[in-house]
Design a protein around this ligand. Sequence first.
Ligand code: NAG
Ligand code: NAG
Length: 216
Amino acid sequence: MTQSILIIYFLSLVVFVNGGVPFEFFQFVEQWGPNVCNTGARVSPCHTPPQAKFTIHGLWPSNHSNAHLLCQSITKYTKVLLLERQLNISWPDLKGGMNNEFWTHEWNFHGKCSDPPFSLFQYFQMSLNLLQKFDVLAILKAAGLNPQTSQNIGIQNIMTPIQRTTKKYPGIRCYKNVKTGKSQLNEIVLCLEKDGATLIDCPTFVSSTCAKSIVW
Ligand SMILES: *[C@@H]1O[C@H](CO)[C@@H](O)[C@H](O)[C@H]1NC(C)=O
Ligand SMILES: *[C@@H]1O[C@H](CO)[C@@H](O)[C@H](O)[C@H]1NC(C)=O
């Protein structure tokens, strides 16, 4: 009797811990290295000069309430060796140069929330696929925009080509350069259904940090 109660107790514990955390949508966050690393501070926050491209910041299971999701998966982070070469290129730790620590953080604070259904491997693979599939730099270039020449650009001019191409509203995140005082494009966010594949409009709270005119 006591034994079967104990067994039921442990079973329910396993189901609970394995249940992941309910979330409503994904934010896929791409960062623009040259601006992330150009804060205006005397010492650059980055350990090496970044390339002029968007790289992954993270794929974040999110709620519309924007509440911080506490992840409960029991899957501990382990290096995804099969993907490491590509992760080094597409998901580098711009600031510290500690890629593996960066990926560990993203998994522990975000990725775990979507496990299940997405395993650690699937989570990183899905992120790499999303960066390839939604090439924001190519979209902006096709619209005649270029980071070298677009010094002050209306935020709408960045939103519109992405919205036209993907048919969904992206989020735009900016950062104020402490030296110039200008608002600069830091991150572009694409929002997806829980399936990690179907784009949806980003909720407005995703982009509320930009001035009307920004530096890219
Ligand atoms: C997030 O949303 C899901 C589904 O609406 C809900 O079950 C869950 O409790 C929410 N989590 C938090 C931390 O608000
Ligand atoms: C990824 O980069 C790290 C340095 O950050 C390096 O030690 C490792 O060998 C690289 N992995 C691959 C597969 O290129």
